[in-house]
Design a protein around this ligand. Structure first.
Ligand code: EPU
Length: 337
C-alpha cells in the first residue's frame, strides 16, 4: 500500500477546487481498505469516493482513503429478474450504461448522475421520478472503527429524500464497499411520468420507449440543463428542495401563488429550491470564479479557480437571502468539509 504525502485533491472532486491532502492512499481491495482503516499512525481518516457530492473548503489534515474498488458481477437471476453486484469504486453512469447494454432495467432514469456506485446510497440519489432505493437490494460496508464487514438491507438503510442512515444515525461510521441492485430482465417498468421525459419522447415520436430510449432522453435533458463537471466544476444540486409543514406552506402559497410545489403528504409540501434561488435574483450570477448556473439555479459552479471557501460563502449568502425573502430555510445537499 503506497501512502503519498501532500497530494492535490483537485482531480478527485467534481467542483474542481484546489485542496491539499496531508496523506493519501488509493485502495483497490477490501483487504487494503481494512488495512488502511486500521493504520495506527493516522488518527484522522477521510473516505473519498467519486467526489461528486463534496465541497472541500480547506486543507484536509488526515489520511484520505480513496475507495477504488472495482468489479461488476451477477449474484443470481431468474428469467425475469437479476441481482447484480457492483463494487463501490465503479463510476455510476458507466454502471448504468453497462446495465442498459445488457438490457437490465431499473436504472435508466438515473443516467448521467455524477459520482461512484458506493456513494449513491448515502444520499439516495434520485432523478426523474426514480430514487436509488427503488432498485436497491442491499449493500456491504466496512465499519470504520472495527474494520468489520456488515450488510445493510434496503430497510436498514432508512432511505428518505436525499437521505439515508449513512447521513444520520450512522454518519461517518461505515464505508460502503459494494451495492447489489435488483433489476428487471423483461417487462421493464418504464417511468416517463416526469414531465420533461414525456415531452422529450413525444417530440422524438417515441410511443413505447425502451430502457435505452428513456436513458437517452434523460441524458439529453440533463445535458441541456446541468453543466458537465468535466467542463465546468459543479456538484449537481447544491441544495435540497425544502420540505415544509402545512402552516409554513399556507403562508408561502398565499404570498407566492405562482410558485411550483409538490404535495408530499397531507402535512408536507416540497418547494423547488431552484425557483426560490432564481426569484431571490441569483440565477446566472457570478462572484469571482464562484457562480450560480445560468440554466439551473440549484447548481453552484466553479468557473476555474474558485476556492471551496468562496463557493461556501456564496452558498451561505444564498441561504440567507432565501430565508429573508421567503421565510424558508434551504439546506445543503452537498457534504461540506
Ligand atoms: N426551477 C426554477 N428555476 C431554476 C430551476 C428550477 O424556477 O433555476 C423550477 C422549475 O421550473 C420547476 C422546479 O423548479 O418548476 C423543479 O425544477 P427541476 O425539474 O429542474 O428539478 P429540481 O427540483 O430543481 C431535482 C433534483 C435533481 C434532479 C431533478 C430531476 C434535488 C435537490 N434535485 O431538481 O437532482 O435531476 O429534480 O428529477 O432534488 C442532484 O441531486 O444533483 C440533481 C441534479
Amino acid at each position: 500500500m503506497h501512502i503519498q504525502q501532500n497530494i492535490s485533491l483537485k482531480p478527485y472532486n467534481t467542483f474542481g477546487v484546489e485542496c491539499m491532502a496531508r496523506y493519501f492512499v488509493s485502495v483497490h481491495t477490501i483487504e487494503e481498505l481494512q488495512e488502511a482503516l486500521s493504520l495506527p499512525n493516522y488518527s484522522k481518516k477521510f473516505l473519498l469516493g467519486g467526489g461528486s457530492n463534496l465541497l472541500l473548503t480547506g486543507p484536509v489534515d488526515a489520511l484520505v482513503i480513496h475507495v477504488n474498488l472495482k468489479g461488476i458481477s451477477i449474484e443470481n437471476q431468474n428469467k425475469d429478474h437479476i441481482n447484480i453486484s457492483c463494487m463501490a469504486g465503479e463510476n455510476w453512469h458507466d454502471f448504468v450504461l453497462f446495465c442498459i447494454q445488457n438490457n437490465y432495467g431499473g436504472l435508466e432514469n438515473l443516467s448521467l448522475i455524477p459520482g461512484n456506485v458506493g456513494t449513491a446510497p448515502i444520499q439516495n440519489i434520485g432523478a426523474y421520478g426514480v430514487e436509488l432505493k427503488d432498485v436497491f437490494l442491499k449493500c456491504d460496508a466496512i465499519e470504520i472503527a472495527t474494520s468489520k464487514k456488515v450488510t445493510f438491507t434496503c430497510q436498514q438503510c432508512e432511505f428518505g429524500y436525499r437521505d439515508s442512515i449513512f447521513k444520520t444515525a450512522k454518519k461517518g461510521q461505515y464505508v460502503i464497499t459494494r451495492v447489489v441492485f435488483k433489476l428487471t430482465k423483461n417487462n421493464h417498468k418504464i417511468q416517463t411520468q416526469y414531465g420533461a421525459i414525456n415531452e422529450h419522447l413525444s417530440n422524438a415520436k417515441v410511443s413505447n420507449p425502451s430502457i435505452r430510449q428513456v436513458s437517452d432522453a434523460v441524458i439529453a435533458i440533463r445535458q441541456s440543463k446541468l453543466p458537465d463537471p468535466k467542463k465546468l466544476g459543479n456538484s449537481g444540486s447544491f441544495f435540497k428542495n425544502p420540505v415544509v409543514d402545512s402552516k409554513t406552506f399556507e403562508v408561502f402559497h398565499a404570498k407566492f401563488p405562482e410558485a411550483p410545489f409538490y404535495v408530499m403528504s397531507h402535512s408536507e409540501f416540497k418547494i423547488p429550491a431552484g425557483w426560490l434561488i432564481q426569484q431571490a435574483g441569483f440565477k446566472g450570477k457570478r462572484f469571482g470564479d464562484a457562480g450560480v448556473h445560468k440554466k439551473q439555479a440549484l447548481v453552484l459552479v466553479n468557473y476555474g479557480n474558485a476556492t471551496g471557501a468562496q463557493i461556501w460563502e456564496l452558498a451561505l449568502t444564498i441561504q440567507k437571502k432565501v430565508a429573508t425573502d421567503f421565510g424558508i430555510a434551504i439546506e445543503a445537499e452537498v457534504n461540506v468539509l
